[in-house]
Ligand binder design. Structure first.
Ligand SMILES: Nc1ncnc2c1ncn2[C@@H]1O[C@H](COP(=O)(O)OP(=O)(O)OP(=O)(O)O)[C@@H](O)[C@H]1O
Length: 297
């Protein structure tokens, strides 16, 4: 079982309330959002989403329905042509947003510690001007974060010396070391074996709670969404919108290993699967209709 977190209060921001969500982390709202790629492909239509400060949501749906596009709208990499996407910062002045992708995003020529410090190397805060006290607090935070994901002893290791699961931990650490208000995860753990994945779920869940980060997780893994999030959204086929929204009733303190054995978890998983299955079937039916249409033309 993962040891309890013991982070010093000096180096971390105000902790969110003990329940679901909190006072830190940006809130995010989509209202009747539509998005079409310049190619003309309509990907999102009439999408409504609401994510409170410090909340975590999982976004699941048929392959290619538009989940990653939703993340790019939150990140401001694309602009919706219809409706409103609103990202409301929490007023702490913390770095707004970090993202972790499926692909390995750690830099192979830097050690674990250098990767984790990367954000600060590129920001003003990373250059000599900080006081000794704030440098010490930062060093302490880096040490604590490395300890939280059980990478003590590997600070000076290079990525090629780590397992796939350890590299994923470093990728997540690199993203959260900036203390972002929002963490966007795009199928971040799909290439990892199941036991390592569940252990990483625990680490990321604990870090996100401890640092008061709003998290949006795009995944094909229903168990991952159910164990790490406060709500799971099942999306429909393209142009996508929310098919169903499910509250996850497992609270702010979870033991990922034993959670998966509980009947409540299995019930939730089965409900999510039922809805996802419906949407996959709907997508396949849509594709068949399109192919028939093309053939008949
Ligand atoms: N830059 C682009 N230009 C045109 N079409 C794109 C672009 N990026 C993605 N698409 C298309 O938009 C649709 C939605 O893509 P997106 O990556 O958001 O889906 P997804 O649900 O995340 O997919 P997956 O489940 O396979 O990861 C897909 O059909 C994809 O081919």
């Amino acid at each position: 079982m993962t040891p309890p977190l013991q982070l010093s209060k000096r180096s971390l921001p105000a902790k969110p309330s003990d329940g679901i969500g909190g006072t830190t982390g940006a809130s995010i709202e989509f209202r009747d959002v539509g998005y079409r790629y310049p190619s003309g492909l309509e990907v999102i239509k009439g999408l409504d989403l609401g994510i409170g400060r410090g909340q975590s949501i999982g976004v699941v749906g048929p392959s290619g329905c538009g989940k990653s596009t939703v993340l790019s709208l939150i990140a401001g990499l694309r602009e919706a042509q219809a409706g409103q996407v609103r990202v409301d910062p929490d007023g702490t002045g913390r770095h707004l947003l970090s993202m972790v992708f499926q692909k390995d995003t750690v830099l192979p020529w830097l050690t674990v510690e250098q990767n984790v410090r990367l954000h600060h190397t590129f920001t003003k805060a990373g250059h000599g001007k900080r006081s000794r006290q704030s440098r010490q607090a930062f060093d302490e935070r880096i040490r604590e974060l490395i300890a939280m994901v059980h990478l003590e002893g590997f600070e000076k290791a290079y990525p090629y010396q780590l397992s796939g699961g350890m590299r994923r931990r470093v990728a997540v650490l690199t993203a959260v070391a900036a203390l972002p208000q929002i963490l966007l995860l795009d199928e971040p753990f799909s290439a990892i074996d199941e036991p390592s994945r569940v252990a990483i779920h625990q680490d990321v869940f604990d870090i996100v709670r401890e640092l008061g980060i709003t998290m949006v997780l795009v995944t094909h893994d229903l168990a991952e969404a159910a164990s790490m999030c406060d709500q799971v959204y099942i999306m429909g086929p393209r142009p996508t919108c929310v098919f169903s929204k499910h509250d996850v009733p497992f609270g702010a303190h979870r033991d990922m290993m034993s959670l998966r054995e509980s009947t409540d978890f299995l019930d939730l998983y089965s409900t999510l699967w039922r809805d996802l299955h419906l949407q996959i079937t709907a997508q396949q039916a849509g594709e068949a209709t399109r192919v028939d249409g093309e053939v008949n033309e």
